[in-house]
Every structure is written in structure tokens, then in C-alpha cells.
Ligand binder design. Sequence first.
Ligand SMILES: Nc1ncnc2c1ncn2[C@@H]1O[C@H](COP(=O)(O)OP(=O)(O)OP(=O)(O)O)[C@@H](O)[C@H]1O
Length: 284
Amino acid sequence: MNSLSNISCEAVLPVTELKSTDEIERSIQKKYRKYLWSPFIKAAKEFSLVEDGDRIAVAISGGKDSLLLAKLLQELQRASRTEFELVFISMNPGFNSENLENLKKNLDHLRIPCEIYDDNIFEIAEKMAKDYPCYMCAKMRRGSLYTKAVSLGCNKLALGHHMDDVAETVLMSMFQMSKYETMLPRLKADNFDIELIRPLYYVEEKDIIKFTANNGILAMNCGCTVAAGKTSSKRRETKELIRELAKSNPNIKKNILNSTKNVNLEKILGWKIGGKKYGYLDKY
Ligand SMILES: Nc1ncnc2c1ncn2[C@@H]1O[C@H](COP(=O)(O)OP(=O)(O)OP(=O)(O)O)[C@@H](O)[C@H]1O
């Protein structure tokens, strides 16, 4: 076993015993309708994420976000007139046996018929980029999931990124890379004939945590050193910053996300389209 897979982290712990599958499924439409179902539907409609004839691979990491993503898409399939197929896939990057057993237990209890396949990216990421393996790991994970989804005949791959991930990404681009851009809710994959969709785009992480903890689900919290808080992570710093700012501005995450819908190009110094750079002085 490699060291990335063998560290425990601050957990989202259940605050009750595990609820029955029926109860958990019902809670999506009842107790959490406003916080989970409605924002999920809003994003699905606004960005046409799910369409007739789609065959969607749902990427399950075993964490709280993708478990909820699977349940929401199953519920949509049950409730909507749109005809689409779902295929659930989980890449085992070298999880320890405890995590793997828990993942299988959760999939079984939540009635998610998921194929778990091995791709030992932890070991490779750690060898190639020992101090900051995140980037390498994420890149390899994306390639692995695209390849698997395409091999299963899927035209879309659904990921569990949520509103907090989006807001953090916008700030990280500005603070770390001096550029303004966001994580898109739907995009064509580079080098693969597949689209990536993010149906939790408008769902807040705190509501996913409530759903998970109050239904007694012990989701996988992290399978690696970085998520366990052992290595410096810019994302963690940014999350902390937004949390701090939200104390005086509760709308901060929504505002950051919405700012990417309201870019006033007349008050921007420079921008890029199709790899070409433009500046506001071009028209003078
Ligand atoms: N090992 C994996 N197998 C399949 N899908 C994965 C895997 N790891 C990540 N994903 C997909 O990529 C998304 C983003 O990954 P990330 O590691 O940022 O997860 P996260 O924000 O902790 O979400 P989650 O709670 O679902 O783990 C996940 O929600 C999931 O859809």
C-alpha cells in the first residue's frame, strides 16, 4: 500500500444511525427539496445537462458529493419524462481496504449499481510529484474516467463538483494564477469524444453535509494524504477565506459564481478567446 492511501482525515460524521434506503431517497424530495433537489433541477434546466438519448456515466469517488449526485440523477430518471440512461463508475486509485469496504457498503445500501475498477494512480502520482501530487493525480483521474466512460458508450460524464468548488476555483484562479475564469457546468472534453457535466453546480456543500450526516451515511472522507490535511493545499486556504468572509456576507459564494455571468468587457483590460489575446486599447 502506498502512503497516499493510508491516512485518516477530519471526517463528516453521521449524527444518527443509518436511515433506510427508502427514507434516504424520500428525503431528497421532501426534507432537502429546497436545498438539494431544486438547485439540482435549476442547473439541469439552465445548462441543459440531461437530454433525451443521453447515456451518462456518473463518477463516484465514494465521497458525499458523488453519492448524492448519483441519488439525484436516479431520482431525476424516475421523475422526469426525459429518456436517458445512467451508468455508475468508480475508479479505485489504491484506496485502503477499509475505505473500499465502506464504499461497497454505501453503494449497496444506496442502491447504486456501480462498477468499481482499478487504476493505481495514487502510486504513480506520488512517484512523479512527491510533494504536491494533487495536480498529477487529478489529471490522471480525469483521463482514466473519460477512457472508462467512453468505453462504456457514454456521451456524458457527470462529476460531483458543487457551488463551493466553483467559488473556490474562481478565487484561486485570481489569487494564484492572475486570471479570471470559472469551472463550467458543461463542457466538451479535450481529446475525448465526451461532455463533462456538473449537475451540483448550484448545490452548497453545507447542505450536502447535512443530507449525509442526518441520513447516517458514512461517506468516504478522503483517500489520500492531501485531502487529509497533511500537505499544503491552496484550495483549503481559499475555502477557509470564503468561510470567514461569509460571516459578514452570507451571499458571498453565490455572488462569486454570479460574477462570472456578469463580466463587463468594457471594464476589463484584457481577455482571451480561442487562444488569442485581446486588450481594451485595441479599439483606440
Ligand atoms: N476515484 C474516483 N472514481 C470516480 N469518480 C471520481 C473519483 N474521484 C473523483 N471522482 C469524481 O470527481 C469529482 C470531484 O473529485 P474531488 O476529489 O474534487 O471530490 P470531492 O469534492 O471530494 O467530491 P466527493 O465528495 O464526491 O469525493 C467527484 O465528485 C467525483 O464525481
